[in-house]
Write a protein that binds this ligand. Sequence first.
Ligand code: NAI
Length: 348
Amino acid sequence: MAKVQKCLFVELEPWESERIQARQKDCETLLTYEDPLQEIDLTGEEAAGIILLSPFIHSRVDRAALEQLPDLKVISTRSTGYDHIDIEACRERSVTVCNVPGYGANTVAEHTFALLLALTRRVHKAYTQTVRGKFTIEGLRGIDLRNRTLGVVGTGAIGTHVIRIALGFQMPVLAYDVYPVQQMADALGFRYVDLDTLFREADIISLHAPHNDATHHMVDAEAIAKMKTGAIIINTARGGLISTEDLVEALRSGRLGGAGLDVLEDEQVIMEEGEMLSRRYDERALQTLVQNTILLRMENVIITPHIAFNSEEALDKILQTTVDNIGAFLAGRPQNVVAGPGEETRKA
Ligand code: NAI
């Protein structure tokens, strides 16, 4: 098997680096960085010969980044979502893009319920009160999940696991997907409906669809207007699925009862807050930053910093699948391809 000249791994913690070094046999030179791609200053000489890039989700792999890597042949993102990668630019440059599908179906689904239960049983509020020495039940009455209807948008790997857990809580489940799998609905015992019906009938709505042009701001003022007053929204998919401006307004007015968010629109702006003065952001991103800051302070909102994937088991599976993706690509049998050469092997 031909050896890779250079492989560039970014956003890799030292322990992950060790595990990758120990497991992979295909990269001749392994460059590893803890920072995201846009923070790394490679000289032309360093960039030459890099045929593989493995980012996580905080690297912006856009046209400019691709131009810095003239020999790039494959991107193996260590995530399921790939909206941080300019897919069209990769296709144009014949760069294969692979992902890690389904590594954390149960992991993200479990976190979905961590957010939901925290909200419905006021766990976040109870915690902050008790650490300050206030040991009373005042202001901490919650609601049961049993018999509350859950609406699941996107019944892929994660959405399906969320449904399984919800059924264990004895919640009736409605679901919407552009590719419904009726057999699965019959086997598990949930009902596919159109999106409007889901918005109208669900007490709790959980988002598990990818972020793309079709799903961008699928939850906006118009969608929220269809929802039950006091409905709860959980988003562990991508921030861009929800219009932050409309969400803030609906939570403020009491139209929505609460939100559990593991992902925020333009979340990289919050993450890079320390560098804000030296960076240029467009006006829209700055507006979203202000709205996100309002969300962070709301009592009926619980936010986690994009950690739904972050379990020991899921991380290990991500690293192993990435090593396997690289091996398969080099052996001429690319797997988990989402775009570029090899795309035709993608399952419908
Ligand atoms: P998946 O590909 O197995 O499932 C996605 C489902 O969404 C598919 O069934 C697809 O048909 C459906 N879908 C596509 N367009 C849709 C639309 N317009 N409306 C309704 N459904 C639509 O993906 P998986 O593994 O379930 O992940 C879902 C999303 O969760 C990912 O795209 C990713 O953005 C996010 N994610 C977030 C993580 C986190 O740490 N917060 C970790 C892993 C994934």
